[in-house]
Design a protein. Structure first.
Length: 329
C-alpha cells in the first residue's frame, strides 16, 4: 500500500532443558549457501547460516537374567529468575555436533561432549547466532536484548536484517518443548525455561523459550538448548520483483555463554534495553536504538517494502559484534 509500512512480528528463540509435548514443528529452511556456515544454525556456505540435517537380554541358565539399563529421564535444570549475559548459539544439526551429542548406538544426548566440542569452535571464534540479554532498564524483572544472524538478509541488497530485539524475557516454571523443537526425542518435556518476545524494528513478535540442559558440578560450565523461528514477510515491491511472499527461518540450537576477555564477555551489544511503547499500542521500540524501516532498495517506487516477522516462541537478540574476526555457521 502506498506510503505505508507493514510489519508483522513473530519470532522465537528457545533454550531449554525440559521435555515438552510431542507436536512437530516446521523444519529449519535456512539457506545452506553461506560461507562459513555449519550446523547449529545449520552447516552452510552463507555467513551466519547453517544447514539442517534430517537425525532385553538374558544370560545362560547358570547366570541370572539381566536387563539393559534404561536411559535416565531428561529434566531441564534450574535457571536464575532473571537470565542475562551474552551467548553463542550453534545449529544442532551441524555434523560436528551431531556426532558428539549422539554417538552411534546412543539413546540420549551426551551434553558434556557437546559443550566441549562447542568450546573448541567458540575459541576460533565461530558460531551460528549471537545474542545478548540484559536486565530491563525500567527496573522490571525482565530481560531485554538483541540477536544477530548474518543469514537473515534483505533479498535485494543482501544486507543483514537488523536490529532484532528481545523483550519481556523471563524465567517460567513450565515451558514446553515438543518433538519439533527439542534437539532429541528423549528431551521432549515441560520444565523450567526462559521465554521472551522478538521484535524486528518496532513490531512485536510472539513469545519463545530456552532452557538449560547441562551444567558441571561447579555450575560455571553451562549448556543450553533452544529453538528459533522467524518468518519474514515481504512487502509489495519485493513480491513484484519475484522474491516471493517472504522467507521462513527456523533453527534448533545448542548455546553456551560467551567467552570472556579481560573479565568481560565477548559478543554483541545488548543495547541500553529501555523499552518504550509506541503510538500503535501493541508495538514499541528501544529509545537507544530506534526503529529501522526495511525496504526493497528501490526508492523510486511509491510502495515501501517493510519486513514483518511472524514467529514461534522464543526470544533472543541482535547486535553489533565486538570482534571483527569471526565466522558464522
Amino acid at each position: 500500500m502506498a506510503g505505508s509500512k507493514r510489519k508483522q512480528a513473530d519470532s522465537a528463540i528457545a533454550l531449554s532443558n525440559k521435555k515438552t509435548k510431542s507436536t512437530a514443528a516446521p523444519k529449519i529452511p535456512v539457506d545452506a549457501t553461506a560461507p562459513g556456515a555449519t550446523a547449529s544454525i545449520k552447516k552452510s556456505t552463507v555467513p551466519g547460516v547453517s544447514s539442517p540435517l534430517n537425525p532385553a537380554t538374558t544370560s545362560s541358565n547358570t547366570a541370572a537374567a539381566t536387563h539393559a539399563k534404561a536411559p535416565e529421564k531428561f529434566s531441564p535444570q534450574q535457571l536464575p529468575t532473571l537470565l542475562t549475559g551474552k551467548f553463542d548459539l550453534y545449529d544442532s544439526k551441524l555434523p560436528l555436533l551431531v556426532s558428539e551429542y549422539l554417538p552411534k548406538g546412543a539413546k540420549s544426548p551426551n551434553f558434556k561432549a557437546v559443550y566441549e566440542k562447542i568450546l573448541f569452535y567458540q575459541a576460533k571464534p565461530e558460531f551460528t547466532i549471537r545474542c545478548a540479554l540484559r536486565e530491563d532498564a525500567a527496573g522490571v524483572d525482565l530481560s531485554v536484548g538483541r540477536v544477530a544472524c548474518r543469514v537473515i538478509r534483505n533479498p535485494m541488497s543482501a544486507e543483514e536484517l537488523e536490529p532484532i530485539y528481545v523483550v519481556d524475557g523471563q524465567t517460567e516454571a513450565t515451558v514446553s518443548f515438543d518433538a519439533g523443537q527439542s534437539v532429541h526425542s528423549s528431551m521432549v518435556c515441560d520444565g523450567v525455561g526462559y521465554e521472551a518476545k522478538l521484535e524486528l524494528d518496532v513490531m512485536e513478535g510472539t513469545a519463545d523459550a530456552m532452557r538449560k540442559v547441562w551444567a558441571d558440578d561447579s555450575g560455571e560450565k553451562e549448556l543450553f538448548e533452544g529453538y528459533f523461528s522467524l518468518n519474514i514477510i515481504y512487502g509489495p515491491t519485493l513480491r513484484r520483483k519475484q522474491h516471493g511472499n517472504g522467507k521462513l527461518y527456523e533453527l534448533k540450537f545448542w548455546a553456551v555463554r560467551a567467552l570472556k576477555k579481560d573479565g568481560e564477555e565477548v559478543g554483541i551489544d545488548a543495547g541500553k534495553g529501555t523499552y518504550v511503547p509506541s503510538a500503535g499500542g501493541s508495538s514499541g521500540c528501544y529509545d537507544d536504538l530506534g526503529g529501522v524501516g526495511l525496504d526493497g532498495g528501490d526508492h523510486s517506487d511509491d510502495e515501501d517494502d517493510i519486513y514483518g516477522m511472524v514467529a514461534g516462541r522464543r526470544g533472543y537478540e541482535f547486535g553489533s559484534d565486538e570482534d571483527d574476526d569471526y565466522d558464522f555457521y
